[in-house]
Design a protein around this ligand. Structure first.
Ligand code: PLP
Length: 396
């Protein structure tokens, strides 16, 4: 840090320089985040100094948080949820598992069972909480094999995790079956709906995944993904108060006596942003956003089929994985030559596209054009390489 401060113009110019290196979302098909709704941005700025880590000083923001929890509870079929707004899916998942552990003190070496498709936050959980995270197989449709889940349960299993919208493929695990297994074994069931939580309630098809299923004990849902709020905005909801209470620590120097949260200082701006966008859009507004993303997803499927590509699974939500030859190379070429950002999946190997609200019909069509060129070029360069190898071998 330099001794004397710079004037704002100088600082701003460095900021603008840095910002010019950030990618705008228009060609980003790899992210589960998007431009926040303008209402969320305005509310965020209004509450920029609010610290929910000491909400006794910010009772107004705290009331907004309670209202957000109520709205999320309504969306997830829980009329009286216990929870709080987190920094995102990772924190919600950590806290859900921490609550399972704290509520199962008699189990000495506890384990949980998660689908092998679970987000990498569960690898962090295993490391931080020193719990055995067992990975259950997934079926060819990329949803968890509930038979394998059952077979992994033993006397030290304290909970299961189901994914409602897997990160890579957007698949939803059979949460109804997991709910039954959890009830039969008297263990917890956390649903990671970080992405799907703001999609599934607005689809035409009814896919059960939330507190309407009696075995579900907690749900993670992220307003900063399809909820159109600002970053960081996640949420963790419990069915029972005692689970939230199990996270309590005393906070003697604050205006409040205790905290349930993982972080101390916590953004009130995100709380206000989430409140504002949920109030402003209502279910009708979110339904329109999801409808549009699903229509664009279908358009992308139709267009990519017309150039000979097939999806790994029929998309359940606005996430598509496409089989392409050499996905890693295709990803690189798309980024290098056309500025498109796509991600790749591990197993099966494919390119992954998330159709977020910032996508448009034009961007989809122009992406498919570029993808077609990249695939054809890559195929002809591979042919050329093979021909060279053949000529070299035969001329020896
Ligand atoms: N859970 C799922 C299903 C996700 O897709 C993600 C992120 O992509 C997370 C959890 C982690 O969320 P965050 O990055 O907000 O911590």
């Amino acid at each position: 840090m330099q001794e004397c401060g710079q004037n704002w113009e100088e600082v701003k110019s460095s900021l603008l320089q840095a910002r010019s290196k950030d990618l705008p979302y228009e060609r980003v098909l790899s992210s589960m985040c998007t431009y926040p709704h303008p209402v969320a941005i305005e509310a965020h700025n209004m509450f920029i100094e609010s610290n929910m880590g000491d909400y006794g000083l910010f009772m107004g923001t705290y009331e907004l948080e309670k209202q957000v929890l109520g709205m999320l509870g309504d969306l997830l079929h829980n009329s009286c949820p216990y929870g709080y707004l987190t920094t995102g899916g990772t924190e919600s998942n950590i806290q859900a598992v921490r609550a399972m552990i704290n509520s199962s003190q008699s189990i000495k070496k506890p384990n949980i069972i998660v689908p092998s498709s679970a987000h990498f936050s569960f690898d962090k959980i295993s490391n931080i909480l020193k719990i055995d995270v067992r990975k259950a197989r997934i079926l060819p449709n990329l949803a968890v094999d509930t038979g394998h889940v059952s077979s992994l349960i033993d006397k030290s299993t304290i909970g299961l995790v189901g994914i409602a919208g897997s990160t890579e493929f957007g698949q939803v695990d059979p949460i109804s079956e997991l709910s039954k297994i959890a009830l039969d074994n008297n263990i917890f069931l956390h649903v990671d709906a970080a992405f799907g939580g703001f999609v599934l309630p607005f689809l035409n098809e009814h896919i059960p995944f939330d507190f309407s299923l009696p075995g579900v004990t907690s749900v993670a849902i992220d307003p900063h993904k399809m909820g159109m709020s600002t970053i960081p905005s996640g949420a963790l909801l419990f069915r029972e108060k005692k689970m939230l209470d199990s996270l309590k620590v005393e906070t003697p120097y604050l205006t409040i006596n205790s905290q349930f949260t993982l972080t101390g200082t916590r953004s009130g701006a995100s709380v206000a942003a989430t409140y504002a966008v949920m109030k402003h859009l209502g279910k009708e507004g979110y339904r329109k956003i999801v409808d549009r993303c699903i229509s664009l997803t279908q358009l992308l499927i139709k267009e990519t089929k017309s150039i000979g590509l097939s999806p790994v699974i029929d998309p359940v939500m606005n996430i598509i994985a496409l089989y392409v030859p050499d996905p890693r190379k295709i990803r690189e070429e798309l980024a290098l030559n056309y500025g498109w950002q796509v991600s790749i999946t591990k197993e099966p190997s494919s390119i992954r596209l998330v159709i977020m609200p910032h996508m448009t019909e034009e961007t989809i069509l122009s992406f498919v054009r570029d993808l077609n060129i990249v695939i054809n070029q890559s195929a002809s360069s591979t042919r050329l390489e093979n021909d060279k190898i053949f000529v070299n071998r035969t001329s020896k």
